[in-house]
Design a binder for this molecule. Structure first.
Ligand code: CA
Length: 228
């Protein structure tokens, strides 16, 4: 689950954003002035910061500059006011990854947040090999063995397994899997995810009723665990 820090001083806006982001499955921490925002960013290490430019105590631009100066590399999405074109330019120069101009629709902001997170995750080194129990996986060569015997997995099954293993111990929602493993283009139903997980479990020797590796998190999605 991605952790988002929202730094914004308008109470209604904070509430609205918090509700919507939580509804989308993000963990949300908020701050209502620049100084507090900077402290929270240092202490909670969010996956992304939504940062308003006009803030009490310390502006969003200063917060951005300080964080980049400290070597913080996480994504920052700026909220700029209409007519403040200069903020966008300065913000991007100071290291913001993207900006959204107020007033914006929450759908637009969420789409931008997802895009920024995907972009920055793409830069993260992907898992190339993994072994658990008697299963050996080579994600680069798309080769797998179980007990030394070749294990036939489709490219989608490889991606699904890699995605879950890269997030070992975290609950991954079906929507997240649809969006990141299947992609928007083919948008299938969440049933598709369940069907693939069932097949994958059968292939790796996991059980649907008492899974050991790919757990079903009721009402949420799936979680890969590796007790060894
Ligand atoms: Ca403001």
């Amino acid at each position: 689950m991605s952790k988002i820090l929202i730094v914004e001083d308008e109470p209604d806006m904070v509430l609205g954003l918090k509700d919507n982001f939580e509804f989308e499955g993000y963990e949300v921490v908020t701050a209502t002035d620049g100084e507090t925002g900077l402290e929270r960013a240092r202490s909670i290490k969010p996956d992304l910061i939504v940062l308003d430019v006009m803030l009490p105590k310390m502006s969003g631009l200063e917060v951005c500059k300080s964080l980049r100066g400290e070597g913080w590399e996480g994504p920052i999405l700026m909220l700029t006011a209409r007519g403040q074109e200069i903020d966008k330019v300065v913000g991007l120069e100071l290291g913001a990854d993207d900006y959204v101009t107020k007033p914006f629709s929450i759908r637009e902001l969420l789409a931008r947040v997802r895009a920024v997170l995907r972009r920055t995750e793409g830069g993260r080194k992907r898992l190339s090999r993994y072994s658990f129990a008697d299963v050996d996986l080579d994600f680069e060569a798309y080769k797998a063995t179980k007990g030394g015997e070749a294990l036939e997995l489709s490219p989608r099954e490889f991606e699904l397994l890699r995605y879950l293993i890269e997030r070992k111990g975290e609950t991954v929602t079906r929507d997240q899997l649809l969006e990141d493993v299947w992609g928007y283009d083919s948008y299938p139903s969440t049933r598709t995810v369940d069907t693939h997980v069932a097949k994958l479990r059968a292939k790796i020797g996991d059980s649907g009723s008492e899974p050991r590796w790919i757990l079903t998190i009721h009402g949420m999605g799936y979680k890969f665990i590796d007790p060894s």
